[in-house]
Design a protein around this ligand. Structure first.
Ligand SMILES: Cc1cc2nc3c(=O)[nH]c(=O)nc-3n(C[C@H](O)[C@H](O)[C@H](O)COP(=O)(O)OP(=O)(O)OC[C@H]3O[C@@H](n4cnc5c(N)ncnc54)[C@H](O)[C@@H]3O)c2cc1C
Length: 433
């Protein structure tokens, strides 16, 4: 019983690992020369930093199971620092982990927030974290900004909804349904951030060693015989056959390999809105004071780079130099324009924006690097959950193929690992082990 897995991101590696445990032969085909996909670690002079995925959350069940299997649980590190807003008037607001009252929202904003948390999270349909399942609530068909559209909601929009949307999906709230917002709020309300001492991607590094990956093996297309997927053709013309194929790709890559027989599934993937990640990284000559991992300029200014993460404060073990390393974050649709700009232009823009978060910081830069990831995070606008559920129902009827991807559960590592878990369960149902 052989299963081919296309893609060595966490969804593909998790699928291969669990299939291997169940006694299947697996072959993982990866187009690039490294595992992890969007989980990426950058190294410089002994310092390491996450430049793709940033955090696990304490309720990432499948990811923590995998860490345990890889004997990595001892490497978990909690993110304990605070986040800071520097406002246009020069004032600074610092919010330590676990803050329950945000003064920037005012009493009315805090009350409205808690009322909505109670209404949607306590009284609403039960949320299965990081899974998209029927029934899809009506909040999927309402934009979050249409729900919080009163003048009195302005502070909530500016200081909570906008930063949460940007932080969760690198997209503005215009690309977010009320349901996706509720689920993002749910994640932040009931869990906190966790990292790994060697970087978020050390989990996929370890998984890849166990399952074995064929790097430099881009798949060109799926091969079908009599309506069933029976294998793949690689870009170099080689053919690999198997009893089942798991497509564990981002939406843009998945759309490219689906045959005409799956035109409807291809259209689904082509219709997914996503953001790339153009990321300037500043290596500073000193540690920044305090225990702040997240710096924001005033969200109302809507600068190009909206916030920065200090890797030294986030995971001190990652930065033995004890100097701060800052990554800078922009938002869709600007991210697409930024991808076309030169490294110099990105660095210049990031310096300007950084001064509004951390005055004086541009004088302390030792080195700048630019990291570009063509595909970062999927967006969940109005109707997205229903479209995903419709796709899942259709995919159940396909023969010889299953899908795994973070897209199918809410754009994060846990939804990717969980989608791998679901794909393995389906393979076992069909092939019977
Ligand atoms: C900047 C950034 C920050 C993020 N922050 C967080 C965070 O804090 N927390 C969180 O949980 N998630 C975060 N995410 C999202 C998270 O990284 C992804 O949701 C998750 O890693 C996706 O895993 P995946 O396996 O579904 O897909 P991917 O990681 O995209 O894996 C797909 C793999 O398929 C390969 N591939 C593509 N085409 C082919 C082909 N034709 N043939 C063979 N192989 C192919 C790719 O090279 C890649 O390795 C972030 C992502 C980015 C980029």
């Amino acid at each position: 019983m052989k299963v081919l897995i296309i893609g060595a991101g966490i969804s593909g590696l998790a699928s291969a690992y669990w299939l291997g445990k169940a006694g299947y032969e697996t072959e993982v085909l990866e187009s690039s020369e490294k595992p992890g996909g969007r989980m990426v670690t950058l190294e410089r002079k002994g310092d390491r930093l996450d430049v793709g995925a940033q955090f696990y959350h304490t309720n990432f069940k499948h990811c923590f199971d995998l860490m345990e299997e890889m004997k990595m649980s001892g490497e978990r590190t909690d993110v304990t620092g605070s986040m800071v807003y520097r406002l246009q008037d020069g004032s600074v607001r610092e919010y330590p982990r676990g803050t329950i009252y945000m003064d920037l929202l005012g009493l009315g904003g805090n009350l409205k927030l808690y009322w909505n948390v109670f209404r949607h999270l306590a009284l609403g349909p039960k949320i299965i974290p990081y899974h998209i399942n029927d029934p899809i609530p009506t909040s999927d068909s309402i934009a979050v900004l249409d729900h919080f559209n009163r003048e009195s909601d302005r502070a909530l929009r500016d200081f909570l909804i906008f930063p949460l949307a940007v932080g969760a999906t690198m997209g503005p709230p215009e690309y977010m349904s009320l349901y996706h917002f509720i689920r993002a709020l749910h994640t932040f309300a009931i869990s906190h951030h966790v990292c790994l001492a060697r970087g978020v991607s050390s989990l996929t590094d370890e998984l890849a060693k166990v399952v074995g990956v064929q790097y430099g093996s881009p798949v060109k297309q799926l091969i079908m015989e009599k309506g069933k997927v029976v294998g793949v053709e690689l870009k170099n013309g080689q053919v690999r056959k198997a009893d089942h194929v798991i497509v564990a790709l981002d939406s843009a890559s998945a759309a490219k390999i689906l045959p005409d027989e799956m035109a409807e599934e291809r259209r689904f993937f082509e219709g997914i809105i996503y953001s790339p990640s153009p990321m300037p990284v500043f290596f500073l000559d000193r540690p920044l004071p305090g225990n702040v991992w997240n710096y924001w300029s005033d969200p109302r200014m809507q600068r190009t780079f909206l916030f920065a993460i200090d890797e030294r404060a986030k995971v001190p073990q990652m930065c033995p130099s004890v100097k701060s390393v800052l990554t800078f974050w922009a938002v869709l649709p600007k991210t697409f324009d930024l991808c076309k700009q030169s490294d110099g232009d990105l660095a210049k823009q990031a310096k300007e924006d950084a001064e509004l978060m951390i005055p004086g910081v541009s004088n302390w830069i030792e080195d700048i690097q630019i990291v570009r990831l063509p595909y970062a995070t999927e967006q969940y606008p109005v109707g997205a959950y229903q479209r995903i559920m419709d796709f899942k129902h259709r995919a159940e009827k396909l023969d010889g193929i299953s899908f795994a991807s973070s897209l199918l559960g809410g754009t994060n590592m846990e939804s990717a690992a969980g989608s791998g878990f679901d794909a393995v369960a389906r393979v076992r149902r069909i092939l019977g082990k």
